[in-house]
Design a protein around this ligand. Structure first.
Ligand code: FAD
Length: 487
């Protein structure tokens, strides 16, 4: 792929904000040409616009990517506008001979990339695309009949039987090039992309909790490998401790790749065979991520309509008051409220609690899962088109390989099992902090003297439950049974 070093080549970064194991960047650098790196912020609606928390993350991620590129002799140019016309203009005015990018897998993204590729290649440019996002692309892992898997376990088996590609090193130097003046004039400074909230600036909790960027991703992952991997299989279900890798936003924005994760984890277990069980569990989560991308690829409707058409007739209830109580963490169920407040404050929620809060919305409140998907989309720093949609349909029971409809989490027993001392509740629902552990998941059972001593007035300082558990459970079962053919 060698070209004349005076004719530049382009690298278009999209959700792959890293230098290491970035196949598009590595291939562009290997041409020996000047490499012009850019990002396009496309708010046209051609692809689903990011939610607020993810936009905040994107700001930090682009800043970090720009700094990393400068350290190796390049820079990151930022443009804004509909990607189709912006990229075409960049291609024409830069005089580049080729463009490199890593592939995306959503239907809208593929349609856009295909249209761009056609325009560019019609104009004489070479377009090269790569897999920088997944262990295996959706069409690579198929069953014996050559069809995509619908069920996770055989998919996982098929992935683990494969040899995993080794990650690529980061280029040590990139031959930077000069952008033509006409394009320089259209570049937008990061601050002017309006990715960070200003009035009001609600991102204080996010800033406290996270550092976006490749360096932070690698540092966090190194910590997890040395102190968090051991015990992961058990600890991953305990929201009060730091028992998971917290890599999700870094993976979402491609600040670390699943190949890097896979490689590092398998190297570590080879040195420490005692970690085999934890490693197996952890890697299976990384494969869930590939699986949900595979499902989104073959079922592009996943974020917008139930995968199982039986659910088209589901008797959802429209209840703005309880929806709002759920969003704000004021349902009167402490574990649900702690989860929703963790999400609001930090832009992230522990996986166990995501399952509990999602189940509560869909089953206790009979609210359409799409309301929950949309709220998570707006508030999660790791909001991901594949993982979010698939997980919501999984909880609702309408997705491929879903949770059975009659599994209705009891928020009290879930809380008692996974947060037995109530530490997670105390961290995020401070008005309950002084309740003894015996009542922290069921404040309504606490004797009046105990409530008084803890400074709690139910219905005033902390809400009464928005729905009673037993009747809500029965109502959900009835609603699910009303769908023909579910049992
Ligand atoms: P770890 O346990 O350390 O796992 C490592 C990585 O594996 C994660 O970073 C993630 O990339 C992947 N992973 C873990 N669990 C899952 C899973 N169930 N499905 C797919 N991939 C997984 N994850 C997102 O990345 N974005 C979302 O928008 C998202 N929405 C969700 C919505 C609901 C209702 C539920 C129940 C789960 C959702 N998840 C989502 C999956 C999961 O909760 C998060 O990936 C996980 O909590 C991230 O924390 P971690 O990085 O510490 O995970």
């Amino acid at each position: 792929m060698s070209t004349d070093s005076h004719t530049p080549v382009l690298v278009w970064f999209r959700d792959d904000h890293r230098l290491a194991d970035n196949p598009a960047l590595a291939a562009a650098a290997a041409t020996g040409s000047q490499v012009l790196c850019f990002v396009v912020l496309d708010d046209s609606g051609d692809v689903r616009p990011l939610g607020g928390a993810a936009r905040w993350w994107l700001h930090g991620s682009l800043k970090a990517l720009g700094e990393s590129l400068e350290r190796v002799g390049s820079r990151l140019a930022l443009f804004r506008g509909p990607a189709l016309s912006v990229v075409e203009r960049i291609a024409k005015e830069s005089g580049a001979s080729a463009i490199f990018w890593n592939r995306r897998y959503g239907a809208a993204e593929i349609a856009l990339d295909t249209a761009i590729k056609k325009r560019l290649t019609d104009g004489g440019l070479k377009a090269h695309s790569f897999n920088g996002r997944l262990l295996h692309e959706p069409w690579d892992i198929v069953n014996q009949a050559g069809r995509p898997f619908q069920v996770f376990t055989p998919y996982l088996r098929a992935v683990t039987a494969r040899r995993q590609t080794a990650p690529l090193p980061a280029p040590k130097r990139i031959l930077g090039g000069a952008w033509p003046t006409s394009l320089s004039a259209s570049m937008v400074p990061l601050e002017e992309l309006d990715l960070e909230p200003s009035s009001p600036d609600w991102a204080g909790g996010l800033r406290e909790a996270w550092t976006p960027g490749e360096q932070a991703a690698r540092a966090g992952f190194r910590d997890f490998l040395s102190t968090g991997l051991e015990g992961y299989a058990e600890n991953r279900d305990r929201p009060s401790i730091s028992g998971t890798s917290r890599l999700s936003p870094h993976l979402r924005f491609g600040e670390i790749s699943p190949r890097q994760v896979w490689h590092a984890v398998t190297t570590r277990v080879a040195e420490h065979p005692g970690l085999a069980r934890d490693t197996e569990k952890y890697l299976s989560e990384i494969v869930w991520r590939d699986f949900s991308h595979q499902l989104l690829h073959f079922h592009p409707h996943l974020p917008v309509r139930p995968h199982s058409s039986r659910f088209d007739a589901f008797p959802w209830i429209e209840a703005p008051r309880t929806l709002k109580a759920w969003q704000r963490g004021r349902t009167g169920y402490p574990i649900v409220d702690a989860g929703m407040r963790q999400l609001w404050r930090t832009g992230w929620m522990h996986n166990r609690v995501r399952m509990i809060t999602a189940s509560f919305l869909v089953k206790h409140l009979l609210t359409d899962w799409r309301e929950g998907e949309a709220w998570f989309w707006d508030t999660l720093v790791d909001a991901d088109p594949a993982n979010n949609a698939f997980s919501w349909q999984w909880v609702a029971g309408s997705g491929p390989d879903s949770a059975p409809f009659h599994r209705i989490f009891n928020p009290v027993t879930q809380g008692e099992k996974f947060d037995p001392a109530g530490d997670y509740i105390r961290a995020f629902v401070p008005e309950l902090a002084s309740l003894p552990s015996a009542f922290i998941h069921r404040p309504w059972d606490a004797p009046p003297a105990v409530l008084r001593a803890a400074g709690i007035r139910l219905g005033e300082t902390y809400p009464d439950p928005v729905v009673p558990h037993g009747p809500a459970r029965e109502r959900a079962l009835q609603a699910f049974r009303s769908l023909r053919g579910l049992e």
